[in-house]
Design a protein around this ligand. Structure first.
Ligand SMILES: *Cc1c(COP(=O)(O)O)cnc(C)c1O
Length: 383
């Protein structure tokens, strides 16, 4: 019980206030193992928001089930509980409540619907580390939750994911699946990831973008970026994915958990700063229910011209996020592959057309925050 991964799992569980935590290769692997432990499989339907990462749809399809998309409400970008009922069928086996950008989903309403139909609910907490809903932490509100430690999340171990639960029976099933089927990452993968973490650290400083690009080119020449450039998520879910978190990643993760409260405090400060700066400029401010206390991993804003905003950010070398670009972000095949048809979730599609996001991570200071606010104000808000 003294390996690096076990230490990270224990520290994360303790920080969160969950009984069990299991660390895996990616967030989608943590989700996959929860699906497996719940017995979700062929012919089953899983309710997800129609404004999500393709990483969410992949494990659902991989176990043979079908994602069913519920449109979002426009303020928090989360699944609209009023639209769930119409999507339930005799095959529905699970609801995945995702806390988008860090805004908690409307959990009471979702849990109510689930209770009436005796459906389990799990949380996609990949973007909501530290957020609370009615005073309780997101990721502790349902049967189980999964987390991601991918490059763009609250803290990163390169790739990485954690499944958490308070349920002893589910935890035993996850533990058994991990023991019987999951592999340890190989030395080559661990080495590649360590190289990628270095690149990512450089990438994270706007000033070193060109230096990073040079390093990245060199790694790429050496065949070292075979895994994935930071941010890109084009990989398929394959059996080889069912891996645990590597020891080097776990050590990095443990350091981050020790610094987590400072990380979250910084993100809260930046969110308040963005709130203030944008309100001063007359930006239309969304009204978040006061029983939600979000920690935003990115600060979403709706702009009049998303393409122009992105072009301006590139010209000024400012960090501006584009996700989610479509209801299944970073998909590289037709959305029908994942059972999404255009027009299914119009509010989500509109949000994807309009929304960019501002960074809140620990390396963003007030000056940079002001620069990105200036930028979006130059573009103007969406109507
Ligand atoms: C990042 C993310 C995931 C999981 O991503 P992995 O790359 O598999 O770690 C899942 N859901 C959402 C909403 C995410 O943002």
């Amino acid at each position: 019980m003294s390996g690096a991964r076990e230490k990270l799992e224990a520290a994360f569980a303790q920080w969160l206030g969950a009984k069990y935590a299991f660390a895996f290769w990616k967030g989608r692997v943590a989700m996959y193992v929860i699906l497996r432990a719940l017995g979700i499989g062929g012919g089953d339907e899983v309710i997800v928001p129609g404004y999500t990462c393709v990483a969410v749809a992949r494990p659902i399809k991989y176990v043979g089930a079908r994602p069913v998309y519920v449109d979002i409400e426009p303020v928090t970008f989360n699944m609209d509980p009023a639209k769930i009922e119409a999507k339930l069928s005799g095959k529905t086996r699970l609801i995945v409540a995702q806390h988008t950008y860090g805004y908690p989903a409307e959990m009471d309403a979702i849990l109510d619907i689930a209770r009436h139909r005796s459906l389990p609910v799990i949380e996609d907490s990949c973007l909501a580390l530290g957020s609370t809903y009615k005073g309780r932490r997101t990721g502790t509100l349902t049967l189980a939750a999964y987390w991601s430690m991918q490059w763009s999340k609250t803290f990163t171990t390169g790739f990485g994911g954690i499944a958490t639960t308070d349920d002893a029976d589910l935890a035993a099933k996850i533990e058994r699946l991990a023991r019987q089927e999951a592999r340890e990452p190989g030395l080559k993968e661990a080495t590649l990831l360590a190289a990628m973490r270095t690149v990512h650290r450089l990438l994270a400083f706007p000033k070193t973008v060109s230096r990073m690009q040079a390093v990245y080119r060199r790694l790429s020449d050496a065949g070292l970026v075979a895994i994935n450039p930071p941010g890109a998520e084009q990989v398929r879910f394959t059996p080889a994915f069912f891996k645990r978190l590597g020891a080097a990643q776990a050590r990095v993760g443990l350091q981050h958990v020790h610094r987590l409260d400072a990380n979250l405090a910084h993100r809260r400060r930046l969110m308040r700063l963005y709130d203030r700066l944008l309100a001063e400029r007359g930006w239309p401010m969304p009204r978040i229910p006061d029983y939600m206390d979000p920690v935003l991993v990115r600060y979403p804003v709706r702009v009049a011209d998303k393409a122009a905003a992105i072009a301006l950010a590139q010209a000024r070398r400012l960090e501006l996020g584009t996700w989610f670009d479509c209801p299944l972000h970073q998909i590289d095949v037709p959305m029908e592959t994942f059972d999404y048809a255009w027009g299914m979730c119009p509010i989500s599609e509109k949000a994807a057309r309009e929304t960019v996001n501002l960074p809140t991570h620990p390396r963003v200071g007030e000056r940079l925050a002001r620069q990105v606010v200036d930028l979006v104000c130059e573009i103007g808000s969406a109507k």
